[in-house]
Ligand binder design. Structure first.
Ligand code: ZN
Length: 584
């Protein structure tokens, strides 16, 4: 209790910082990263549902997991004879779009309801994964009646006739979208790809591939794809890029409102026929909430990418930014009572020491326990830092017994039974973890355990007698499964008298190698490769659900060894498995 005044003062300081921020939060704090972080985008579209698209295009696409194209199919030609092939393309992440039931001039007395809306179900019938969200006019022939019919069930209408280039910041007429009609001129299309690399989206239109009509040869198509790859263009399907493009005009204007522990952003979908899932890469201004702010959608924590951006689900239509350590939005939040001086309790003061949650897999430095003070972030049996006497500049300035100077290899010592330290952690993916604690003691019988959100996940861990207080050794253990997201990890001392420097956590291999996913829904899959210490090495978004194929494609630049691949379905469910790169 003798340090009561000290903690009281610090809590006032924290509180004042928070109050100031409430009045300075940005009204539109979310900014979409242009074209998913690529230099630009290109969508290759192929009209008419032709046999050569199955015999010549599909084998080519099957070898490329960085390209998603759109097949605009119509009942007029070979679609009905090739439904199995088109279904396979859809399952591989390519888009099937609507090109009318019988390919008439829609402006010349066609039955619009039958031709436009009536054909949607026929396309969807090829496979349950198919979503039909975009339309192409036969012969690029359109008028207001056509637009109105298309607009009922499609969020974009593609025409043709120009360069097919779109600027990020300028909203187009979604019911009259231009495309470049392939005329056999490789230089012209290559030029359009070069323009796209300056921050634009290019929409390319051709028909047959190495056969049928208005043909693009497989060599010309391969050349364009290689140019797009070299120019670092996003090669997404028409609806994939289009939905991202359309969503950003809504997202970047979305207003935020202050909440008790941060702010909330809500928005509405710009069209009823948007795809079910629209992953958006965004920057979020969290400065009003402070470092270590946590981003959530519908109660699920969204971890930042290595560049600080977040990949959110636009179709969730909301996100929350809150102080780390706050209660999840799903639980009832109880307003804190105010005292007569206007100072709230310190109940929300626990927060990560570095400003950010500690990542698991990763290393827990014991001296980096949370801010928040005694009985909140730690319990120490006395209020004195026994370790400070050994240090000219103590690492921490509260009652925990941390030895060593600031900036040096600080450790926690003078451990007594019943003491505990808490750490706000961010578990990158659900799983079992193997941990290694670095400990020293000249006594026998010391033990500890680890809790996550109040549940013991390690069982009792016996600390070996290393023979000297300064002679560190390791002790290993395994956790129960810990779910992905933000948690409070408690390091609890059961039997006294040992020093502890740090605990390293690595993911335990719990899934079989080469296991493939069986997705229940369509959508972009996010793949991330980590080393065994949890460092993110690379990532990519892909519609390819064959994990083994994606891993083989991604691991080319890695040296031989063991890695972790994490994949998420529509940004919601995470799985992680151990994978191996060998020379074989
Ligand atoms: Zn056509």
């Amino acid at each position: 209790m003798k340090h009561y005044t000290f903690f009281f003062s610090r809590n006032i300081a924290l509180f004042c910082g928070f109050m100031m921020s409430v009045y300075s939060f940005a009204a539109t704090p979310v900014t979409t990263v242009a074209w998913n972080g690529y230099s630009g985008a290109v969508s290759f579209t192929f009209d008419d549902g032709l046999g050569s698209q199955i015999t010549n295009l599909k084998p080519m696409l099957d070898q490329m997991d960085d390209v998603h194209v759109t097949l605009f199919v119509t009942g007029a030609y070979a679609f009905n004879q090739n439904k199995t092939g088109f279904a396979a393309l859809a399952k591989a992440g390519h888009e099937l779009g609507n090109h009318s039931a019988s390919h008439p001039y829609l402006t010349q007395g066609a039955n619009l309801a039958t031709e436009v809306t009536g054909f949607i179900q026929t396309i969807k019938n090829v496979d349950p994964v198919v979503e039909v969200t975009t339309f192409v006019t036969p012969y690029c022939s359109s008028n207001d009646n056509v637009k109105n019919e298309v607009n009922k069930n499609h969020f974009m209408l593609r025409n043709c006739g120009g360069q097919g280039l779109f600027s990020w910041g300028q909203e187009p007429d979604w019911m009259n979208m231009d495309s470049h009609y392939w005329q056999g001129n490789l230089a012209t299309s290559t030029g359009h790809l070069n323009s796209a690399a300056g921050g634009k989206w290019h929409v390319h239109l051709s028909h047959g591939v190495g056969g049928d009509w208005d043909i693009i040869s497989t060599n010309d198509l391969k050349s364009l794809i290689q140019t797009a790859r070299d120019k670092k263009l996003w090669m997404g399907s028409y609806s994939e890029v289009g939905a991202y493009y359309r969503a950003h005009f809504t997202m970047d204007k979305a207003q935020s409102t202050a909440t008790s522990d941060g702010f909330k952003v809500t928005w509405t979908s710009p069209h009823s026929a948007m795809p079910k899932s629209v992953p958006l890469r965004v920057k979020i201004d969290v400065s009003s909430v402070g470092s270590g702010a946590v981003v959530e959608q519908k109660g699920k924590v969204i971890s930042p990418e290595s560049d600080g951006s977040y990949i959110i689900e636009f179709m969730a239509l909301e996100l929350d930014v809150k102080k780390s350590g706050s209660q999840p939005s799903s639980s009832t939040s109880v307003p804190e009572s105010s005292s007569s001086t206007g100072i709230t309790s310190s109940a929300s003061a626990q927060s990560p020491f570095s400003g950010s949650p500690i990542a698991i897999p990763g290393t827990l430095e014991m001296e980096d326990y949370d801010l928040g003070g005694a009985d909140e972030a730690y319990f120490d049996s006395d209020d004195v830092n026994e370790g400070a006497a050994d240090a000219t500049t103590p690492y921490r300035n509260d009652g925990v017994d941390v030895g060593g100077n600031a900036g040096e290899n600080a450790v926690v010592g003078w451990t007594a039974a019943g003491e505990w330290l808490e750490y706000t952690v961010n578990v990158l993916s659900t799983g079992i973890f193997e941990f290694t604690a670095y400990v020293a003691t000249s006594q026998d019988g010391s033990t500890f355990h680890i809790e996550i959100d109040g549940t013991d996940v390690s069982g009792e861990v016996a600390v070996p007698n290393s023979g000297d207080w300064n002679e560190y050794t390791t002790v290993k253990g395994t956790t129960q499964s810990i779910s992905a997201g933000s948690h409070i990890l408690r390091f609890a001392i059961d039997q006294p008298s040992f020093n502890i420097d740090k605990i390293e956590f690595v993911a335990s291999g719990t899934h079989k190698v080469n296991q493939n996913l069986n997705y229940q829904t369509t959508g972009m899959v996010k793949y991330e490769i980590f080393d065994l210490k949890g460092h993110l090495l690379m990532q990519k978004n892909s519609m390819n659900q064959n994990v083994n194929q994606v891993w083989k494609n991604m691991n080319k630049s890695l040296s031989n060894g063991t890695y972790l691949i994490r994949y998420s379905e529509n940004g919601k469910k995470y799985k992680t498995q151990k994978v191996y790169k060998t020379s074989l």
